[in-house]
Design a protein around this ligand. Structure first.
Ligand SMILES: Cc1cc2nc3c(=O)[nH]c(=O)nc-3n(C[C@H](O)[C@H](O)[C@H](O)COP(=O)(O)OP(=O)(O)OC[C@H]3O[C@@H](n4cnc5c(N)ncnc54)[C@H](O)[C@@H]3O)c2cc1C
Ligand code: FES
Length: 275
């Protein structure tokens, strides 16, 4: 029987050298790896394989304009993510991808853009923010709302400050610590202060599922139409190419039809517990 050809990089990890790393918070590290030359869109993810540990999906968190590196931000929650967080310059990692759908930047042209991120959910949205800031004149009012557990958990702090000059940035924490002068409370509490016109806005939301559920409810109350809101669903994955069914929820394979979905297509998924 003839061997089945595998598209390179889709089922077989290709080795990539780690070019650099930076600690973001106590739990999160940003890792830059050498590119394979594959184009990618903001919102897409790679399967990263830590040798001896395993393979997990991680979103691309870097600047789409930087062709010399592909950047991921990883929060250590278990064996594989912890191994990825220990990668250092010169180490090797296995990569498959990029996979998945992207954020609707083209649909946002000329419209207000509202970005709502919770925790490490800011990582998949950071490439969008780079683009919005770079092409600022192509969009209406742009607002980034970001919530973290504590001030020490805030990702990309220096960039948040830099972006403030170009877009509206509001940051809140669940629990303040001494010296924190910003907002305290859940990220949805910032929504009523966001300057956006629900009739002409595109919203992009990523974070823990409970945060996304409350954000969608509040956006609906504010009059934001569901088809103009996009969310990124996280589900455990194995193949990432629509073969194994591991990420299946109802009729949707999250790896192939997501992870970025229009919210009216998947709001019900937020109420489905992972099996
Ligand atoms: C499309 C996509 C993009 C992602 N992007 C990022 C990213 O940019 N940065 C990042 O840090 N993480 C991201 N994740 C989550 C990351 O894949 C998981 O944290 C990782 O798989 C955990 O594996 P582990 O072996 O370290 O931990 P495990 O031992 O497998 O899990 C540790 C804990 O995390 C939970 N968990 C595992 N996988 C997921 C998941 N996919 N969704 C929700 N909970 C999970 C488990 O239930 C368990 O409670 C993404 C996930 C998906 C599906
Ligand atoms: S992870 Fe295998 S079908 Fe989606």
């Amino acid at each position: 029987m003839a061997a089945v050809e595998q598209p390179p990089g889709l089922l077989t990890p290709r080795p990539a050298r780690v070019l650099g790393w930076r600690r973001e918070t106590a739990e999160s590290v940003t890792v830059a790896i050498e590119p394979a030359g594959e184009p990618w869109a903001p919102g897409q993810f790679n399967m990263l394989y830590a040798f001896g540990a395993g393979e997990v999906p991680i979103s691309i968190s870097g600047d789409p304009a930087r062709a010399d590196r592909v950047v991921h931000t990883v929060r250590s929650v278990g064996m594989v993510s912890a191994a990825l967080g220990r990668l250092r310059r010169g180490d090797w990692v296995g990569v498959r991808g990029p996979f998945g759908t992207g954020w609707p930047l083209a649909a946002a042209l000329g419209r207000d853009v509202l970005i709502v991120a919770g925790g490490v959910g800011l990582a998949p949205l950071r490439p969008v923010v780079y683009e919005l800031v770079r092409r600022r004149a192509d969009f209406g009012r742009v607002t980034l709302l970001y919530g973290a557990r504590t001030p020490g958990d805030v990702l990309f702090g220096r960039e948040l400050e830099r972006w403030r000059g170009r877009i509206d940035v509001l940051v809140t924490v669940d629990a303040a610590s001494p010296g924190w002068t910003g907002d305290v409370g859940v990220v949805t509490s910032l929504l009523r202060r966001a300057a956006f016109d629900p009739a002409r806005a595109v919203a992009m939301v990523c974070g823990p599922e409970v945060m996304m559920r409350f954000t969608l409810d509040e956006l609906r109350r504010l009059g934001q139409p569901e088809p103009a809101t996009w969310i990124s669903m996280e589900r455990n994955m194995h193949c990432a190419v629509g073969l194994c069914g591991h990420c299946q929820l109802g009729p949707a394979l999250v790896c192939r039809e997501g992870a970025v979905f229009r919210s009216d297509a998947v709001a019900w998924m937020l109420r489905v517990r992972e099996v």
